[in-house]
Unconditional design. Structure first.
Length: 280
């Protein structure tokens, strides 16, 4: 099929179209960021006066917002730990093992990504409520792990499949045990994937609403639940400041993942992938 030569007008038109689409997609984010610095109490756009009062109110010690941020951070940290443990073990079994019914196991691990979150949240509520664990940060973290662990598994499977197995075979042929190979070969090469899995697990938990809503109590509300309540029962401009912080957190997390992957690839090119010390 013959392709028509690109013209200057075509390049300009595509550039204008792409810019317009990006601006349209970024418009809600820009509106939230600008509104978060408004001084009025109703969250108008554009603000007539600018102030950081909503950020100060969000970070005030003892406020509901500060308490919810601390709870969400704790839950997200626990979820990240649980997700990495499950993600690394499951991904290693799926990418390196010879499991029977491999496809069925793979589908079962990824099933939480396909099931509506409200269904998962209802099931977790019915499981934890008889045990009296509603409102427990541990219970909420375990619930979030159901959603975050499959993401970690996907990232780690992709990472492990990108590692040349001949490196591990070469280390094994020189007498290295499984733990030594994992410690000296596999995990150093998989570090960018581990960091990416940790970042996405943390974000998934920090932003999750349905499970937190079913599992929370009036005394233990994660940040998304508190934001929902503030928008449902009141108009609190502090929500815009919270949203701006969440946007900044997501951007920093993605930038961290990109930086780690870039530095990891550059290090492997400069130093080689095999360690120079004896594998003993």
């Amino acid at each position: 099929m013959m392709e028509l030569p690109a013209t200057r007008a075509g390049h300009i038109g595509r550039g204008i179209s792409a810019t317009a689409i990006l601006l349209f997609l970024a418009m809600p984010i820009v509106i939230i960021l600008v509104t978060s610095f408004g001084a009025d109490g109703i969250g108008t756009f554009p603000p007539k006066e600018y102030s950081a009062r909503w950020y100060e109110q969000m970070a005030a010690p003892g406020s509901d917002w500060a308490t919810s941020i601390a709870l969400s951070s704790l839950v997200a940290t626990l979820t990240t730990v649980f997700s990495l443990i499950l993600g690394v073990t499951a991904a290693t079994a799926l990418a390196r093992g010879r499991l029977p019914l491999h496809t069925a196991v793979y589908g079962l691990v990824l099933a939480p990504l396909l099931i509506p979150q409200v269904v998962i949240a209802l099931g977790l509520f019915l499981f934890f409520e008889p045990a009296g664990m509603l409102g427990s940060p541990l219970a909420i973290a375990l619930g979030h792990t159901v959603l975050a662990a499959p993401i970690a598994v996907l990232i780690m499977i992709s990472t492990l499949r990108g590692i040349d197995e001949r490196l591990e075979d070469a280390a094994a042929s020189m007498g290295a045990g499984r733990m030594t190979i994992a410690r000296r070969i596999t995990f150093p090469l998989a570090t960018p994937g581990l960091i990416a899995a940790a970042v996405f697990s943390f974000i998934t938990s920090f932003d999750e609403f349905f499970i937190a809503q079913f599992m929370s109590t009036p005394d233990t509300r994660t940040l998304p639940v508190l934001v929902f309540n503030a928008l449902q029962f009141d108009v609190d401009p502090t929500v815009t400041a919270v949203s701006a912080v969440l946007i900044a957190l997501a951007i920093l997390a993605l930038a961290l993942v990109a930086l780690v992957r870039k530095l990891g690839g550059h290090r492997n090119q400069q130093q080689g992938v095999l360690p120079v010390e004896p594998l003993t």
